[in-house]
Write a protein that binds this ligand. Structure first.
Ligand code: NAP
Length: 245
């Protein structure tokens, strides 16, 4: 039986690594990002197809419920099932609270938090009918411990943790596992934006004295989408090299 995974924001970074890893695990892959252009200069679609599974791009702004609705319908029509959903799309608009605009706050909440409601509700309904499914939400250590300059981002990721636990309770009896991963500092375009001074300070606090890689996130997501984690739900797995202990 073929199975399908949907990964939001998967043209690059953690999302692209998760897509490739789940393809290696045998999932057909529904890729998503804001527009087709974001896939133009990368080889992810061909890389996934070379593994012997199917890959298709579905463009949508996941902060928009109407766009998620059309996307989930199109994925269901193309692949027949949605067996795993990875809510990965996320943004930062960092700024100390005193200087943060309402727009900076609202945009981050809408992309990082509202999107998770949109996709869990819509793909969750498909999974309820199938009587199985795996949902993995990308939280962050910022949502667990807070981070100066990230009131918007920390709020959105703390909310994702609450949403994960709530929907794990709502959907547990339907054979749907809902978990979150909370990465620390992972080398991606998102963290490339940090200054050298910020990077040095962060490294000091990490027990393993290095940033994580996208593949180290993908490995844990793979476990959460596998039958090896069939009795794991409502959990938040921190992947931070021992940032906070
Ligand atoms: P990234 O490289 O910036 O990739 C995120 C992807 O999501 C980008 O392609 C982005 O497109 C896309 N996206 C943004 N808004 C979207 C929307 N409304 N609809 C659909 N796609 C959208 O980020 P990353 O570092 O791989 O992070 C992936 C996830 O892990 C995020 O949720 C992030 O918060 C979380 N995380 C990352 C780290 C880290 O250290 N990197 C740590 C903790 C948690 P654009 O280029 O247009 O924005």
């Amino acid at each position: 039986m073929s199975k399908t995974a949907v990964i939001t924001g998967s043209s690059r970074g953690i999302g692209a690594a998760v897509a490739l890893r789940l393809a290696k695990d045998g999932f057909n892959i529904a890729l998503n990002d804001l527009n087709e252009g974001m896939f133009e200069n990368n080889t992810i679609v061909n890389d996934i197809r070379a593994l012997g599974v199917e890959a298709e791009i579905f463009c949508a702004d996941v902060s928009r419920y109407d766009q998620c609705e059309s996307m989930v319908k199109a994925i269901k029509e193309r692949f027949g099932t949605i067996d795993a959903l990875i809510n990965n799309a996320g943004i930062t608009r960092d700024c100390l609270m005193a200087r943060m605009s309402e727009e900076q706050y609202d945009t981050v909440i809408s992309v990082n938090q509202k999107s998770v409601f949109n996709m869990m509700k819509l793909a969750g309904n498909v999974m309820i009918k199938q009587k199985h499914g795996k949902i993995v939400n990308l939280a962050s250590v910022a949502g667990l411990y807070g981070n100066p300059g990230q009131i918007n981002y920390s709020a959105s990721k703390a909310a994702v943790i609450g949403m994960t636990k709530t929907i794990a309770k709502e959907l547990g009896s339907r054979n749907i596992n809902v978990n979150a991963v909370a990465p620390g500092f992972i080398s991606t375009p998102m963290t490339d934006k940090l200054t050298d001074e910020q990077k040095a300070k962060i490294l000091e606090a990490i027990a393993m004295k290095r940033y994580g890689t996208v593949d180290e996130i993908a490995g844990v997501v793979s476990f959460l989408c596998s039958e090896d984690s069939s009795y794991v739900t409502g959990q938040v797995i921190e992947i931070s090299g021992g940032l906070s202990m």
